[in-house]
Every structure is written in structure tokens, then in C-alpha cells.
Design a protein around this ligand. Structure first.
Ligand code: KG4
Ligand code: ZN
Length: 357
């Protein structure tokens, strides 16, 4: 089965052709980083305009590189949400018009579910129950999956997402956008124990596996003020104080992610761990995960499939298309689209409040 995937939820215009969920025939990604970098973050209006310019050539290239014509595709999958409304609408409208012309089924895919499927390509099949930690610019959520396509939320961020914290800290220090890859590179040259970052976490019930990153971000800000650190100007090389600071910040982020992962492992004993989303690109996080024995294999995607792409959307869409789903032309963008949170017998999560994701 050939699936054409389209992703435009944030600042990447992407299209991919995937065959039978495991083989990527093409994977085209047009990044808008250069457009948004001067602003230190994504400017929604600029993002949707650029998606409009890029979507047709990106899809055409994905088909050409895959060596298939639109008529040969068996179905389409497009990101329905969550994301920026103007950005989502470009991908959805374009995908619908292709489905209409080619008379093919089309399914809307949750972007977070897409990230979970990003491990489908380069790893052995996922064994269930599985644990999935999705760490991206917009989300930090830990799921327990009793079987494919069913998600129980064990914890999620109470405030900033992990990637958002990277981006905000980088912006605060004048390091550039997006912050994750820049801090990843700099942190290698720093001492993670050099900066004493003092912060308190919001009260969390002990059985709860929620995350919080805004206290850490504020601690970085306080440290910058107390130490009189000046942000880097115009792409200058940051000094050692800043390098040590970002290294210390990163160490705290990784420690927080691993602590929840460990607890969830002990509690639920899954057979596979999925680590996905933009922050899963982080080399120190991957090393820390590789160095630890969690009692189950950890699957993560290669870097190009870790940040936003359409191959993962096609893979998630395949699971729906193969079941005969066709969402037709009535569905539309959902900026805060939720994954249905299943309540699992035998896997009860002792939360005071049940979360929607
Ligand atoms: O998954 P993604 O491409 O988009 C969302 O769905 O949000 O994730 C983007 C996020 C950004 O916040 C970016 O700074 C972060 O992932 N990121 C990283 C790294 N590469 C990207 N964070 C830490 N280390 C990296 N190497
Ligand atoms: Zn994403």
C-alpha cells in the first residue's frame, strides 16, 4: 500500500511517500527556520504564507522522488492537528484537493500520534505494552500503550514543553533559533555542574508522572541576572559561562525526563520504549538513554525522522487506511486535537485528575 503523507502543522512543509508502513520511498522537508530565526520563534502568519508557496512543489517532488504518479497512491494522510491553524489548513486543503482529483481515501492524523509512528521505519516492530515519551517543541507527554493505537496518559507537562524550554533559554541568551540543536552542540563543551540552578517544582502527587520546565527556565533567567551575563550578540561565540550554563540546563532537563521514564518502567513494565519528538534528537539524551538499562529496548528515530516530517504522518495514516477508514472532505483542522485517552483496566494511573492530551 502506497500512502502519500502531508505535514504542515508548524514550520516545516513536508510530503512523503511510504510503502507498507516500513519503507520510505521519498521524504521531502522544506524547513522555514531561516524565515523565523530573526524573530527567535515561529511567526504564524509568515508560516502559513510560506506553506502556501511550498506545498505544491514539495508534494510534486515527493511523488517524483518516489517514482509514483498520484493515481498510483492508495491513500492520503494529512496532519489534522494540533498545530497552527493557518499552517494546518494549507496542508489539509491541499491534501483534500488531491484526494478529490485522484478519488482516493484520505485520513486526518494527530501530529503526536505521527511522532509515535516515527519509530516504525528503522526499528524492529514495537512490542506491546509500550511506553512512549514524546518530547517536542509543543508537547512533553508520557503514554502507556497497551496495544497499537491505544494511548493512556501517564503524565504530561504542566507548563512549558521540553523543546519550548530549550528554545526560550536559547533566545534569552541570544544563541539563535531553534534552541535545541544549538544548546545540544554547545553543551558538549560545558561543565553540567558549573551553574547552580535553583528551582522548585510545582506540587505533584507522588504517583503522578507530570513534567514541569518553566521553573528551570526561570532559574536560568535568575542566574543570568545574578551573574550579570550578557546575551550573545549577532552570532558571536558564547563565552564559557554561557556554555556551562546551557550544559547545566540540559543536564536538568535530561535528568527530569529519565526520572519519569524510570518510574514508569518500574510501574508498568512495558516491552518497548518509544522516544520521539524533536528533543529526542538530543545527543546527550540519547547517550544517557543508551547508557542505562531500562529493562526494555528503547526505539528512537534517526534525526531526520525525529523533527517534523511527513513520513511519520504517512505511517500513522497507513494504520487507519488499512482498516478502511476514509475521513472524506468534511474533517478540518483542529488546533488542539486530542488523542483519545484510554482508561486501562489493570494499568490504572493513580491521578487525581485525568488528563486529556
Ligand atoms: O517535533 P518538532 O520538530 O516540532 C514539534 O512538534 O514541536 O520539535 C521541535 C523542537 C524544538 O523546540 C527544537 O528546539 C527541539 O525540538 N530540538 C531539540 C534538538 N533538535 C530539535 N532539542 C534538543 N536537542 C536537539 N538536538
Ligand atoms: Zn512535531
Amino acid at each position: 500500500m502506497l500512502v502519500l503523507g502531508i505535514e504542515s502543522s508548524c514550520d516545516e512543509t513536508a510530503a512523503a511517500v511510504v510503502e507498507d508502513v516500513r519503507e520510505i520511498r521519498s521524504n521531502v522537508i522544506a524547513s522555514q527556520i531561516a524565515t523565523h530565526a530573526p524573530y527567535g520563534g515561529v511567526v504564524p502568519e509568515l508560516a502559513s504564507r510560506e506553506h502556501l508557496d511550498r506545498i505544491a512543489p514539495v508534494v510534486a517532488r515527493a511523488l517524483t522522488e518516489a517514482g509514483v504518479r498520484l493515481e498510483q497512491v492508495d491513500g492520503l494522510a494529512v496532519t489534522q492537528g494540533p498545530g497552527l491553524i493557518g499552517s494546518l489548513l494549507v496542508g489539509i486543503s491541499f491534501a483534500k484537493s488531491l484526494a478529490m482529483v485522484a478519488q482516493k481515501p484520505i485520513v486526518g492524523v494527530n501530529h503526536i500520534e505521527g511522532h509515535i509512528y516515527s519509530v516504525a521505519f528503522e526499528n524492529p516492530p514495537v512490542a506491546y505494552p509500550a511506553l512512549a515519551l514524546i518530547v517536542s517543541g509543543g508537547h512533553t507527554t508520557l503514554f502507556l500503550m497497551p496495544e497499537e493505537g491505544r494511548y493512556g496518559v501517564l503524565g504530561r507537562t504542566r507548563d512549558d514543553a521540553a523543546g519550548e524550554a530549550y528554545d526560550k533559554v536559547a533566545k534569552l541568551l541570544g544563541l539563535g533559533y531553534p534552541g535545541g540543536p544549538i544548546i545540544d552542540r554547545l553543551a558538549k563543551m560545558g561543565d553540567p555542574r558549573a551553574a547552580d540552578l535553583v528551582f522548585t517544582l510545582p506540587r505533584m502527587d507522588s504517583p503522578n508522572l507530570d513534567f514541569s520546565f518553566s521553573g528551570l527556565k526561570t532559574a536560568v533567567l535568575r542566574y543570568v541576572r545574578e551573574q550579570g551575563i550578557e546575551p550573545v550578540a549577532n552570532g558571536d561565540q558564547p563565552d564559557q559561562t554561557i556554555v556551562d550554563l546551557v550544559s547545566s540546563f540540559q543536564e536538568k532537563v535530561i535528568r527530569s525526563l529519565l526520572a519519569r521514564l524510570r518510574t514508569a518502567m518500574q510501574r508498568h513494565k512495558p516491552r518497548t520504549i518509544i522516544l520521539a519528538g524533536g528533543v529526542a534528537c538530543n545527543s546527550a539524551l540519547r547517550k544517557a538513554v543508551d547508557d542505562e538499562d531500562f529493562g526494555a529496548p528503547v526505539y528512537y528515530p534517526s534525526p531526520v525522522l525525529t523533527t517534523d516530517n511527513a513520513a511519520m504522518i504517512a505511517a500513522a495514516g497507513y494504520a487507519k487506511l488499512i482498516r478502511g477508514e476514509d475521513h472524506g472532505f468534511e474533517f478540518t483542522a483542529s488546533t488542539s486535537m486530542k488523542i483519545e485517552n484510554v482508561v486501562m483496566k489493570g494499568y490504572e494511573v493513580p491521578l487525581k485528575a485525568r488528563y486529556k492530551v
